[in-house]
Design a protein around this ligand. Sequence first.
Ligand SMILES: [Zn+2]
Ligand SMILES: [Zn+2]
Length: 183
Amino acid sequence: MKKKPSLIVPVEQITWEGLDIPLSLDVDWFARWLHDQPGLEFSLEKPLTGTVHLERHEGNILVRGGLQGELIFTCSRCLETFAGPLTASFDLLLKRGQAQALDQEVELSAGELDEDFFSGDELELNVLLREQILLALPLKTLCREECRGLCRQCGKNLNQESCSCPAPSFDSSFAALKKLRND
Ligand SMILES: [Zn+2]
Ligand SMILES: [Zn+2]
């Protein structure tokens, strides 16, 4: 195994020619994230992989990259866990300074670049990567589009078994018939 590249990059190492950093965000990486942010509603079993390209433009840093892999989600209907794809790609311009200092003009900002800020002598890619993963999460976490969820009355997972709870409304006669047949 190769030694893993650090996600903390000294700003002076970033030149106009650019620097490519291979990414492999593994279970340990995720554990540290979860430690910092215990409310995360997904987990990781296999590493997310990708690359990030860093390039100096005047005092600013261009960050371009992508991540692919799989996250483990909990279905919001049936509460089962499932693996779902995650793809993040990003294109950011980091300006030196704090978030509120927005008065210098930046020629590069035409186009689709998102802007952010950095300060100090080191670029901490962790925070940036965490942010990009959060932005790439699916809006709805369903194990599949047609997930039938849990029965509101007995709590059974209706994807796996049916139950004989009386249906609440219009189809109650059908449910009663079904119950007769099942008994
Ligand atoms: Zn489900
Ligand atoms: Zn039921």
